[in-house]
Design a protein around this ligand. Structure first.
Ligand code: SAM
Length: 190
C-alpha cells in the first residue's frame, strides 16, 4: 500500500514539524512509544514534556526511555494534560513545536480509564496558545469505546470551529474500514 496508514501519517506530520533542539509534548504517554519517538526527534538539545494520569503508564514510559538512553531529554508528569500550562516552564511556553495525543485507554491497561472531552479540549486549547508558528498538534482519535464516541463528536465540533485565520485543521481517515478505526485530527498554527 502506498497510502500511509494512520499511525505512520501521524509520525510524518510530527517529523515534518520537529527538529533537533525543539520543545515538544506527549499529551498521553501510555506505554511510551510516542515519547521515545519524540525524544529521538528533538535530540540531546531538545526536550519532551510527557503527561499521563496513570502511574503504570509513567513507569512504562520511564523504563522505555531508560532502555534507549533518552530519559534525560524528557520530563514526565503523572498529571492530566489539562495541567499543561501550570507545569511547563514559562520560557518554553510559546516555543512548543509539536504535541501528540493518542486518545482512549492504555493498551494492555484498565479500559475504564480513558481520555475525556472536557480535559482533552482544555489541553488542546492551552497547547495551541503555546505553539510556535507552524507548530502542530496531532491527535490520534480512538473512538471504538463508549466514551470515545462522545469525545470524537465534541472534539470535531471544537476543532471545526477554530478560526481559520489562526489554524489549519485537517482530518485523515479511512472511510471504508470497519470497526471504528482510529483517525487523525491535526491542527497547525498559522
Ligand atoms: N501514546 C501511548 C503509547 O505510545 O503507548 C498510548 C496512549 S493511550 C491510547 C491513552 C493514555 O491516556 C492512557 O495511558 C491514559 O492513562 C491517558 N490519559 C487519560 N486521561 C488523561 C489525562 N487527562 N491526561 C493525560 N493522560 C491521560
Amino acid at each position: 500500500m502506498k497510502v500511509l496508514g494512520v499511525l505512520p501519517f501521524a509520525r510524518e506530520l510530527i517529523s515534518n514539524a520537529v527538529q533537533q533542539g525543539d520543545i515538544v509534548i506527549d499529551g498521553t504517554t501510555g506505554n511510551g512509544h510516542d515519547t521515545l519517538y519524540l525524544s529521538n526527534l528533538v535530540g540531546e538539545l531538545g526536550h519532551v514534556y510527557g503527561f499521563d494520569i496513570q502511574e503504570a503508564a509513567i513507569n512504562k514510559t520511564k523504563q522505555r526511555l531508560t532502555e534507549h538512553n533518552c530519559l534525560s531529554r524528557v520530563t514526565l508528569f503523572q498529571k492530566g494534560h489539562e495541567m499543561v500550562k501550570t507545569v511547563i516552564p514559562e520560557q518554553h511556553q510559546g516555543e512548543i513545536a509539536s504535541a501528540i495525543f493518542n486518545l482512549g485507554y492504555l493498551p494492555g491497561g484498565d479500559k475504564e480509564i480513558v481520555t475525556i472531552p472536557e480535559t482533552t479540549i482544555m489541553a488542546i486549547s492551552d497547547i495551541f496558545s503555546m505553539l510556535k508558528k507552524e507548530g502542530i498538534i496531532v491527535l490520534v482519535v480512538y473512538h471504538g469505546h463508549k466514551e470515545g464516541k462522545k469525545e470524537k463528536d465534541e472534539l470535531l465540533h471544537f476543532v471545526s470551529n477554530m478560526d481559520q485565520a489562526k489554524a489549519h485543521v485537517l482530518t485523515y481517515q479511512f472511510l471504508n474500514q470497519k470497526n471504528d478505526p482510529p483517525f487523525i485530527i491535526a491542527i497547525e498554527k498559522r
